[in-house]
Design a protein around this ligand. Structure first.
Ligand code: PHE
Length: 348
């Protein structure tokens, strides 16, 4: 048989195979078996060396035509199969763009974190540093170094969880006063700090007591600090927390680490001082304890109390949040109940 006829037959066979192919993979196999290195058309072309020089251009031309045609047929079929496969896929994966989207629920900070961050912002703006201490503390720093020696009666108010007889869960943030004072270099400037954190007491949990709660300690030590500085600072704090119209008043009190010591009340934000159920008809609400740092606390930390002095205060974010939002049970803060927590969305 003549080579050109042979080529025509091969083309016919290849085209009919291509027509029957059902996948891109089959098309590729057909291409390899005809046009590949060992393919049928290729081997026919290899036989050209035995053909006479006159016939060679004719056969060469025919072979190129056959190759081009088959290539075109295979390409067309491949494109069709690919489109079919894609159509099928699209059909099976239809997306209804008119369906409403799934709502992503956004988290938020816990209400107590919000209150603490608000207070931190206020004090950072006044040049205070934020210093965090450890919740596991030694008896020495928690009590002795803030002027509460062994067997001091004021320890009774702050019973706690002991890990050993010398190591306990801190009952207040005041140990950070001592820890910061002993490391402070006064030649570099005054000490102005606040320390927010968790504290613990062996209290029986009820609506206003929890064995774990929060405090923010504040302390300023420098030369010539007076009680007027303390009052001005706390007034600013009270107004930030409870509104610009608030007044504060200081009442004498006792803390071992401050002398004199005061309880600080804020004028009632609900009734403005007239007397209501929030302020128990007094017009005032107690919000924190404070005082002028006791010289013993300074001296025990190696600070010269004849030269330096200042004030300290301790407030409870839990109590502030309860007052501010009218929460009547402190335990709500610790139940992780989304329905309760979601009510306190931070503005902005
Ligand atoms: N540490 C005190 C308490 O827990 C609060 C306080 C701090 C009072 C600093 C005065 C000065 O009761």
């Amino acid at each position: 048989m003549e080579i050109t006829e042979q080529l025509a037959l091969i083309l016919e066979k290849a085209v009919s195979e291509a027509n029957q192919a059902e996948s891109v993979k089959e098309i590729e196999a057909i291409r390899v078996s005809y046009l590949g290195k060992k393919g049928e058309i290729t081997s026919v072309l290899k036989g050209m060396k035995d053909v006479s020089p006159q016939e060679r251009p004719i056969i060469g031309k025919k072979a190129n035509e056959v190759r081009d045609e088959l290539t075109a047929v295979l390409q067309r079929k491949k494109a069709r199969l690919e489109k079919e496969a894609l159509d099928l896929k699209l059909e099976s994966e239809t997306i209804d763009v008119t369906l409403p989207g799934r709502q992503v629920s956004k988290g938020q900070s816990h209400v107590l974190t919000q209150i603490m961050e608000e207070i931190e912002d206020l004090f950072l703006g006044m040049g205070y540093q934020i210093i965090e201490g450890s919740e596991v503390e030694s008896d020495y720093y928690n009590f002795e170094r803030v002027n509460l020696p062994q067997n001091h009666p004021a320890r009774d108010m702050q019973d706690t969880f002991y890990i050993t007889s010398d190591v306990l869960l801190r009952t207040h943030t005041s140990p950070i006063q001592a820890r910061t004072l002993e490391n402070h270099d006064f030649s570099k400037g005054p000490l102005k700090m606040i320390s927010p954190g968790k504290v613990y007491r062996r209290d029986t949990d009820d609506a206003t007591h929890s064995h774990q709660f929060h405090q923010i300690e504040g302390m300023v030590i420098d030369e010539n600090i007076t009680m007027a500085d303390l009052k001005g600072t706390l007034e600013l704090l009270a107004r930030k927390m409870f509104g610009e119209d608030r007044e504060i008043r200081l009442r004498p009190s006792y803390f071992p680490f401050t002398e004199p010591s005061v309880e600080v009340d804020v004028s009632c934000f609900k009734c403005g001082g007239q007397g209501c159920n929030v302020c128990k008809k007094t017009g005032w609400i107690e919000i924190l304890g404070a005082g002028m740092t006791h010289p013993n606390v300074l001296e025990m930390s190696g600070v010269d109390s004849s030269k330096y002095g200042g004030f300290a205060f301790g407030l409870g974010p839990d109590r502030i949040a309860m007052l501010k939002y009218g929460v009547d049970d402190i335990r709500n803060f610790y139940l992780n109940d989304q329905r309760f927590l979601k009510q306190f969305k931070r503005k902005g």
